[in-house]
Design a protein around this ligand. Structure first.
Ligand SMILES: Nc1ncnc2c1ncn2[C@@H]1O[C@H](COP(=O)(O)OP(=O)(O)OP(=O)(O)O)[C@@H](O)[C@H]1O
Ligand SMILES: [Mg+2]
Length: 250
């Protein structure tokens, strides 16, 4: 039997601030199968980014365990965590996380360098990915010369090109206008259709509807976990102006 891609058990994260302890995550258990598209929602401060950092091996839990692809990664050393991140995980975060001193194409290539992709292939895959996000003509521009939406599309191109199986996106549309946000979500949906697992943090219910499952958080705890019910051909179609009442009328 294939193990779940993500198996987090009672993950807990505390921060010590002098004498005080802030509990950012109170013991969250979460199982995510390969190929899922899951949204994490909840008010500001409820622990969403903390959970993403733990799932992305960017931080250690105070307690609990984490298995990624069946392997216990809870206590990996820094080198092994970096290697695992480079090979298996793509990040799309609101602050874009692009290197300011590298051009768009260099930013896209970098993740592949870490993952050990040969140089010629890196360039080819980076160009193809930038074209896919409609930035083929901006390859040699610096992040500072790109708009927020364009920078976010570079971050997506990076994930497209490197092809990690797990994509963690923390408020990927938070800094974007509605139309650009929809474009970004359409790209994420394409990635999910090609088999990538997506974990998305969002405040926006319209964005969360792109996912197939929604986990809600509050005060560091997961308080609900539900499948997104899609009423095929009714409200979705109607909201996009696709409903055609005349045709369904007797
Ligand atoms: N380094 C830190 N030191 C102390 N407290 C922290 C630290 N990082 C996070 N916290 C606290 O942990 C809690 C959860 O923070 P987290 O960033 O995970 O929230 P969030 O759900 O992502 O919020 P937002 O929607 O505002 O991004 C908050 O109360 C926050 O203040
Ligand atoms: Mg956050």
């Amino acid at each position: 039997m294939v193990p779940p891609l993500i198996q987090a058990t009672e993950l807990r994260k505390e921060h010590r601030l002098g004498d005080a302890t802030v509990t950012a995550l109170c013991g969250v258990s979460l199982t995510i199968e390969s190929g899922e598209f899951i949204a994490i929602m909840g008010p500001s401060g409820s622990g969403k980014s903390t959970l993403m950092h733990l799932l992305g091996l960017l931080d250690h839990p105070t307690a609990g365990s984490y298995r990624l692809g069946g392997r216990d990664v809870t206590d990996l050393g820094a080198d092994e965590r970096a290697r695992t991140r480079a090979q298996k995980i793509g990040f799309i975060f609101q602050a874009f996380n692009l290197l300011g001193r590298s051009t768009a194409i260099e930013n896209v290539e970098l993740a592949m360098t870490y993952a050990g992709v040969p140089r010629k292939e890196r360039r080819l895959r980076a160009v193809t990915a930038l074209e896919k996000v409609s930035l083929g003509h901006r390859q040699h521009h610096w992040p500072g010369q790109l708009s927020g939406g364009e920078q976010q599309r570079v971050a997506i191109a990076r994930v497209l090109a490197a092809g990690p199986g797990l994509i963690l996106a923390d408020e990927p549309t938070g800094a974007l206008d509605t139309a650009t946000g929809r474009e970004v979500m359409a790209l994420l949906q394409d990635l999910n259709r090609t088999g990538r697992t997506i974990v998305l943090v969002t405040h926006d219910p319209a964005i969360a509807r792109y996912a197939k499952r929604i986990v809600r958080m509050q005060d560091g705890c997961a308080i609900s976990d539900e499948a997104v019910v899609r009423d095929v051909g009714s409200d979705d179609a109607a909201s996009q102006g696709l409903a055609c009442p005349e045709k369904t009328a007797p």
